[in-house]
Design a protein around this ligand. Structure first.
Ligand code: CO
Length: 211
C-alpha cells in the first residue's frame, strides 16, 4: 500500500468512529462553525493546533505558514483574518510559534535559499534587525534561535495590531484580544509570551483615525 492510501483508510476509520460515538457529529459540524479562536501558526508538521490545545474540529479557525508570519501584503493571511474577525467574530487571535523553528533558524544564516524563500525569510531578518542589540548578546546558537522565535511572535502580534481589520474590530466591538505563544517541541508545552488586549494603544503612526 502507498503511504497516501493509508491516509484515506485512516480517514474512513476515523469518520466511522466519530459517528459511532455521536451519530449527529457531522450533521452538526456541517451546518455551522462558530470558532472562538483564530490560530496563526507555523506550517511545521509537529505543531497541530487542535491536538496540542485539546480542541475539536469547529473550535479553531486555522492559518499556517512558514514561521507564523503576519505580512501586510499577504492576501492569503489577510483574507483569513478578515473572515475570522468580521464574519466568524472570533474573540481571540493566537499567533503560535515554536522553539527550534526551521524558518527562524534559516533566517539567522547568510545562506541563499533562492528567490521565494529569500523573500519570505527577509521578514524574519527584519525582526532580527529590530532586536539586533538583544540578539547580539546571546552567543549560544540554540538560545539565540529560541529568543528570536519569541521576538518574532511579538512582532507578528504587533503586525496584527497595525492592520485596519483589527483596529476596526477593536474600536467597534472591543475584540479580539491578541495572544503571542510559543510551543515547545521538546516538552509539548505552550509558553505565553505576550498579550495585547482589544483597544491597546499602539504607535500613533500606525493608528487609523477614520475607521
Ligand atoms: Co516553524
Amino acid at each position: 500500500m502507498q503511504s497516501y492510501q493509508k491516509l484515506l483508510l485512516e480517514n474512513k476509520a476515523w469518520a466511522n468512529e466519530k459517528v459511532a460515538d455521536d451519530p449527529e457529529y457531522f450533521d452538526r459540524l456541517a451546518q455551522l462553525q462558530t470558532p472562538e479562536f483564530l490560530w496563526i501558526g507555523c506550517s511545521d508538521s509537529r505543531v497541530p493546533a487542535n491536538e496540542i490545545t485539546g480542541t475539536q474540529p469547529g473550535e479553531i479557525f486555522v492559518h499556517r505558514n512558514v514561521a507564523n508570519l503576519v505580512i501586510n501584503t499577504d492576501v492569503n493571511l489577510l483574507a483569513v483574518l478578515d473572515y475570522a474577525v468580521n464574519h466568524l467574530k472570533v474573540k481571540h487571535v493566537i499567533v503560535c510559534g515554536h522553539y527550534g523553528c526551521g524558518g527562524i533558524k534559516a533566517a539567522l544564516t547568510n545562506h541563499d535559499f533562492k528567490a521565494v524563500l529569500n523573500m519570505w525569510l527577509r521578514n524574519i531578518k527584519d525582526v532580527c534587525r529590530i532586536h539586533s542589540q538583544e540578539l547580539a548578546s546571546i552567543t549560544d546558537g540554540e538560545l539565540k534561535t529560541d529568543r528570536l522565535v519569541e521576538l518574532n511572535v511579538k512582532e507578528q502580534i504587533f503586525n496584527l495590531a497595525k492592520t485596519s481589520i483589527i483596529q476596526k474590530a477593536w474600536k467597534h466591538e472591543q475584540r479580539p484580544d491578541l495572544h503571542g505563544w510559543v510551543y515547545g517541541l521538546k516538552d509539548g508545552l505552550i509558553n505565553p509570551v505576550c498579550e495585547m488586549k482589544a483597544g491597546t494603544r499602539i504607535d500613533d503612526i500606525y493608528t487609523y483615525d477614520d475607521l
